[in-house]
Structures are given as structure tokens and as C-alpha cells.
Design a binder for this molecule. Structure first.
Ligand code: FMN
Length: 385
């Protein structure tokens, strides 16, 4: 199969990866209405075609958090990425280094902070989940600091877990429960099984052996359930920022009032995100939420976005609506699941090419000049929440 767009990688990933692992990525919470809206709303935005301009020498280079990057794209933190392909997070971080964009490692990754730091010189970003076991949280911050991470991404929209029906139906659990259905899910994906035997990294690398009393997957399941801290608030940003000492990004903001609160709490940047439709079903799409957030705080701090980005055209539209950085979660997971390192590379190259062509056909040569003037204003009427 010739891979031309992100959806091709999704199809290939579905063929190679066991159903419960593919389904873990390809799912939203409850009815999945927000999950669908994230992608659908991008299609509502129409681009202004411009001609008769010299569009040679185009440049996608831009800055995020004061650093220079090859394009305004970053990888979102995704837990369990390394279950899609052996050593997945290490491979993806290396690809990001080569392509000149930031990689964000999740607290719930399979490869640990130290694993990823051992294969890349580029300062990757680290996403923090705050746990009730504060010693463990302090440890994570200190380890990210020791690894030279470039920014701490604090996720605010998962203090209670959204219910994802696919995970329950596919009997996803850690440790895995042996049932006829789960056995079949793995037995029908022999190539994935053989590949995973080539690595020792098959559990949550940042947690096992680091959190008190978590020594294996059996104890991990009960630990995760008990540990996510529902009392996390904007007030906590102060001590986290103090301990971290570097740039902090608050992720999971949809509402302009929360964006203001994030600014007041000392955020250097925010990510407009609904967690890829995995948390509050019924919330507006990220792209529909972006303009009001940009209006509220865009002049004071960097606004980034994720959720639903599936092409370079989507990156262009988000950038035009004021996102300084645009993150992708599933597109990279599909690349990883389809063909490992090569698949992540392909995903990023597809998006880069689409972004470059779109920018040119909109009459722009520098991504930093892209703005609302590149969109058909009327097409935004039905979109903005
Ligand atoms: C399989 C999967 C795991 C995720 N795990 C995390 C996580 O550990 N931490 C986090 O902040 N966000 C997590 N997210 C949310 C992503 O960071 C991001 O917000 C979302 O994937 C963006 O939407 P997209 O997948 O449509 O690009 C996860 C998303 C997926 C699909």
C-alpha cells in the first residue's frame, strides 16, 4: 500500500497492532462526539486561495517557547506509545530530533525518561501527571530536570478518567487478563508479538521501580487507579514551577477563563486541548475553542493546540487561528504502529509536505506571516464555540 496520507498509516497500524492497543489510541470517551468533532471541525474552515505571488523560497521555520524549530509541529504526550512498536518512544524522539521538532514524553510512557535521554541530544519535553504520592511526583520532576528536558507539560484535564467504551469492550487492562477474546487479539497479530519480544521495555518505564511498592504490572493497575490526584488545581502550578525551575506549559485548556487562570498561575504557554476527545465528551472541538482562547490571552503567552490534527492543512488552519505550535497524538501513534521509526518519519514528512504546499497555494512564503487573513472569514461563523 502506498502511504500518501495519515489515514493510510492508520489502516496499516490497525492491521499490525492487536485490537486492544490500536483501540486504545483510536477511541474517545462515551459517545465519541468530541473525538469526531475534533476532526470534522477542521473541514469546516475554508482557505483563501491566492495567486499571482512569488511563492519560491518558502520557509516553515518558527519558534516555540523561544526555541527555533523546523516547523510549528510537536508530538503530544501519549501513554503506552511503546506498546505500538518496540522502544516506540525512543524511536519517535530520535525522529523528532532529526526533523527538528519537539517530542513530548508522557509520564505513562513505556520507555523511561532516562531511556529517551540516552538516545537523543535534543531536549525533549516531559509531560507530568501529578499523583497523590508526592514523592513520586517530585522524583519525576527531578528526573526530567536531570535529563535536560526543555519544558514541563502539566496536564490538567485528566484528574478523573473519561470512560472509553472501546477499552472496556476490548478488555484492555494492565496486567492483561487472559480470556479467549484477548488471546485471539494477540494470536491474530503474530508479527507484533514477535517484534515485542525483541525489547525488554513492555511496562510503564517511569513508574515501575520508581513509585513506592510498584514492582510489576500487577501492583501498577491498583496504583494508577488510586494515584491520579483529583485535587490538582491552578494553585499547584506554583510549587511545581518552583521545583521544576524551567518553562512550564499547561495542557488541557478549552475555556478562555481557564486560559486567563493559567496565565495568572505563571504558565509560559498553554495547549488548547480536549485530550483528543478522550475526556469530556460533549466539549467543543479544540479548533473551535482556539480563537476565543487566543483572543483572551494570545498577547500574553504562547497558545498551542492539539486534538484532531490529521494533515498539514490542519496545522495551517490552527496556525492561522493563532496557535504558535500544533501538536499531534494519533498521527504519530499510527505511524509507529504501522512501521515503527519509518512510520513516524513518514507521518511527519506527509504533514510537512501538506503544510508547505498549502502555505504556497494560499500565497504565503513564511509560516510566521500566516494568519486569519488566510481563511475565509465566513466559514468560521458556524465553527467558533
Ligand atoms: C493513546 C493516547 C494516549 C494519551 N496519553 C496521554 C498522556 O499520557 N498524557 C497526556 O497529557 N495526554 C495524553 N493523550 C492526549 C494527547 O496528548 C493529545 O492531547 C491528543 O492525542 C491530541 O489529539 P489527536 O490524537 O487527535 O492528535 C493521549 C492520547 C492518546 C490518543
Amino acid at each position: 500500500m502506498k502511504v500518501l496520507e495519515i489515514n493510510d498509516l492508520k489502516i496499516l497500524a490497525q492491521r499490525r497492532v492487536p485490537r486492544m492497543i490500536f483501540g486504545y489510541a483510536d477511541s474517545g470517551s462515551f459517545t465519541e462526539s468530541t473525538y469526531r468533532a475534533n476532526e470534522d471541525d477542521f473541514q469546516k474552515i475554508k482557505l483563501r486561495q491566492r495567486v499571482g505571488k512569488d511563492i519560491s523560497g518558502r520557509s516553515l521555520r518558527t519558534t516555540m517557547l523561544g526555541q527555533d524549530y523546523a516547523m510549528p509541529l510537536a508530538i503530544s504526550p501519549t501513554g503506552s506509545a511503546g506498546m505500538n512498536y518496540p522502544d516506540g518512544e525512543m524511536l519517535a524522539a530520535k525522529v523528532c530530533e532529526t526533523m527538528g521538532i519537539p517530542y513530548t514524553l508522557s509520564t505513562m510512557s513505556i520507555c523511561s525518561i532516562e531511556d529517551v535521554a540516552s538516545v537523543t541530544k535534543a531536549p525533549f519535553w516531559f509531560q507530568l501527571y501529578v499523583t497523590k504520592d508526592l514523592d513520586f511526583t517530585y522524583g519525576l520532576i527531578d528526573r526530567a530536570k536531570a535529563a535536560g528536558c526543555g519544558a514541563l507539560v502539566l496536564t490538567l484535564d485528566l484528574t478523573v478518567l473519561g470512560q472509553r467504551h472501546k477499552d472496556l469492550r476490548n478488555q484492555l487492562s494492565a496486567p492483561l487478563k487472559i480470556t479467549p477474546s484477548t488471546v485471539m487479539q494477540f494470536a491474530t497479530r503474530p508479527r507484533w508479538c514477535l517484534d515485542m519480544l525483541t525489547t525488554k521495555r513492555r511496562t510503564f518505564g517511569n513508574v515501575v521501580g520508581h513509585a513506592k511498592d510498584v514492582t510489576d504490572l500487577g501492583t501498577l493497575a491498583s496504583w494508577t487507579e488510586a494515584q491520579f490526584d483529583p485535587s490538582l488545581s491552578f494553585k499547584d502550578v506554583e510549587w511545581i514551577k518552583k521545583r521544576w525551575g524551567g518553562k512550564i506549559i499547561l495542557k488541557g485548556i478549552l475555556d478562555p477563563e481557564d486560559a486567563q487562570a493559567a496565565y495568572d498561575a505563571g504558565a509560559d504557554a498553554i495547549v488548547v486541548s480536549n485530550h483528543g476527545g478522550r475526556q469530556l465528551d460533549g466539549a467543543p472541538s479544540s479548533i473551535a475553542s482556539l480563537p476565543k482562547v487566543v483572543d483572551a490571552v494570545g498577547s500574553k503567552l504562547e497558545v498551542h493546540m492539539d486534538s484532531g490534527v490529521r494533515s498539514g492543512q490542519d496545522v495551517f488552519k490552527a496556525r492561522a487561528l493563532g496557535a504558535q505550535g500544533v501538536f499531534i497524538g494519533r498521527p504519530y501513534l499510527y505511524g509507529l504502529g504501522a512501521m515503527g521509526k519509518k512510520g513516524v518519519e513518514l507521518a511527519l514528512k506527509i504533514i510537512r509536505k501538506e503544510l508547505d504546499i498549502t502555505m504556497g497555494l494560499c500565497g504565503e512564503t513564511d509560516i510566521n506571516d500566516v494568519g486569519r487573513h488566510n481563511l475565509i472569514e465566513k466559514s468560521l461563523d458556524s465553527l467558533i464555540a
